[in-house]
Ligand binder design. Sequence first.
Ligand SMILES: [Zn+2]
Length: 276
Amino acid sequence: MSTAAILLPPQEPLAICWHQGVALLQPPSWADDGVLAAFSTRLGGVSEGAYQSMNPSLSSGDDPAKVAENRRRLLSAVGAPAWPVAAIHQVHGADVAVVSQAPAAGWPMNALVQADAQVTRLTGVVLSVVVADCVPVLLRAKKGQGIGVVHAGWRGTAAGVTEAAVEELCRLCACGPDELEAAIGPAIGPECYPVGPEVGREILKNHAWALAETADGRVDLVSLQAEILRRHGLKPASILASRLCTRCAEQLLFSYRRDGQASGRIAALIGLQKQE
Ligand SMILES: [Zn+2]
């Protein structure tokens, strides 16, 4: 797969960046402040079949040895080779884990902490979530004082996981939400995400304004996240929202709705470089 073969939607705010043969979707310029941030794509790993090729997840039936190699390549491509990875046992809730001590070396097989978001001020640690059509959100306090990552499917969105992560990161960094920036990663688009009426009802309970985002038996998860962040105090110019639909972008991204349970996943990774 050559770089030229990948067509991004018009006005896509994330850039495809190739590092050591691995394609990442990245918010441009975050690395300038020492913030390593990326969403994985399918490209650059060693997995086969429905996991082809860059699958970072052990939970969907892929060969653990291949996943280990994919994870090694991914961390290296992000610029965080051999950094410890903080992983969470994602449960579609609104709990935020504050990472206040560096985790053990490696990327754990089993995450013990139940949460759907993580924040930290530590350098040299990668925060991670793994998603399948749900929305991954990366957060940073300006100039890299702190970082966060969120797994926001419809249940977590309804429960307020993104608002909770914003508040926790602001508390940790003693800053206001207007000093945060967000990169919302690729997720399933509204045209590809028909839902039952209970989904819209649950989201509207805590987000009564979200009529457009939950109209016509569909949910626009990415627009919801962007609007939640804006309403929670982030400046519109500080919110990058991907236009890539996981189900439609078959060359580039895995999709649970398209490929089923036994397929690859997308990792959202963020880490702070040690300041020189
Ligand atoms: Zn689509």
